[in-house]
Design a protein around this ligand. Sequence first.
Ligand code: NDP
Length: 251
Amino acid sequence: MSLHTDTRKIALVTGGASGIGLAIADEFVKNNIFTIIIGRDQAKLDKAKSAFGDSCETISFDMGKLELIPGLVEDIKSRFGRIDILVNNAGINMKKEFCDVTDADFMQIIQTNLLSVFSLSREVVKVMLPFKSGCIINISSMAAQYGIPKVIAYTASKTALDGMTKAMATELSPKGIRVNSIAPGFIATDMSAKALDSDPERKQKVFSRTPMGYLGETKDIGTTAAFLASDGAKYITGVILPVDGGNSVGF
Ligand code: NDP
């Protein structure tokens, strides 16, 4: 891609080679947004690259390596010139009884789901500020809307992420950078399959409190992210938007 002639918006999507992130990347590409995908699994990255072709670039990077994030963003800036949209989507979950969660387990989740989001956002905001425009979308969870057992570290990470969304929106919106969060309900991906398929009781609970009565599709989150990144959402900032078939309000 040519730095000076390409007028497309440029997006960065972490964890964009699978599940929800892949659906977000797909919608961005369909909306003529050049999309840079970050992930660890080279095979998944290669598959995304062959699906999106010239509309996408992939970078193999472990978001847990906080000290390497400034260099990563510097490299992207020198190659592409700007970053218009950042989607902090990469995340991991861990289902364990409260007393079985070790400090190392807890830290691993916080590192991936929270600390890396802060470090990457800070570096990307430095790139966005001179343009006085930008859009950041954090991918939260129902775990930040109500209590779910056996996901203590995940819950802590996503609840902190929602707080960060509000604080970032307040500080950065006057500088032209909108910050929002999407709170997906239960969406059919590898992550939700791992949490639900071996736990029929939890699966039943999910369906019983989801008024629409079925799991969401990754595309439902993709189209929402594309909307939040569009000019149609230019007055939306600081929002934590549930996309959940009513799960967050279900009885
Ligand atoms: P997946 O497991 O399908 O995808 C997670 C993605 O994150 C993968 O592409 C993975 O890439 C990437 N990733 C994880 N750790 C790292 C890391 N250290 N460095 C770089 N990339 C990383 O899960 P989902 O698509 O379901 O989840 C995406 C987001 O949506 C997560 O933040 C999750 O918490 C959230 N979410 C999901 C819900 C659901 O029902 N599925 C509900 C609510 C929220 P790789 O394999 O290459 O490392």
